[in-house]
Design a protein. Sequence first.
Lengths: 112, 116
Amino acid sequence: GNSVTQMEGPVTLSEEAFLTINCTYTATGYPSLFWYVQYPGEGLQLLLKATKADDKGSNKGFEATYRKETTSFHLEKGSVQVSDSAVYFCALSSGSARQLTFGSGTQLTVLP
Amino acid sequence: DAGITQSPRHKVTETGTPVTLRCHQTENHRYMYWYRQDPGHGLRLIHYSYGVKDTDKGEVSDGYSVSRSKTEDFLLTLESATSSQTSVYFCAVASGGAEFGTDTQYFGPGTRLTVL
């Protein structure tokens, strides 16, 4: 079956530090890959996505590249801000039902 | 937020009582989903719908049932709530894009359910 493994948190960084959150996956077929973000007390919002190998998704300074050879989709940002503090979820979508399989989430806290 | 509302937003109930959660959408999305969120597990799919009266089970469907009699509403029912069903429940919608498997899901604000 499908599965997503994320680096465990929590992660605490100082403002303007470089961020990497690792994500690897196991899936049959050719999944699409997503990063969602959840701010306190809210639902999930799509941060970025990639639909095929070597695609790069980007949004709000965040980037992730779909690496089929290493089955990875690591999230990166060059300079984090306090407002980036949230929980980040890696997910994959596959199959005709477009079901999402999520990682366990990584809590990011950015200190001023 | 793709016009998604969930009701109630918070509920406390007792073991053995029936509970129904409602998801309502205003943008005519074809697909609707119910997930639960628990610490250490991320989100897990309970049930989903691919059209009116068309539903199927997800990863953690035991103890839950769903119904979709109208495009805009997707109901999740706990027939007899148990403490293990204490969780945050999220509804999501998707339109079913032209490109297979690439459609984006949009999430509602969640319902926090506590079963005592």
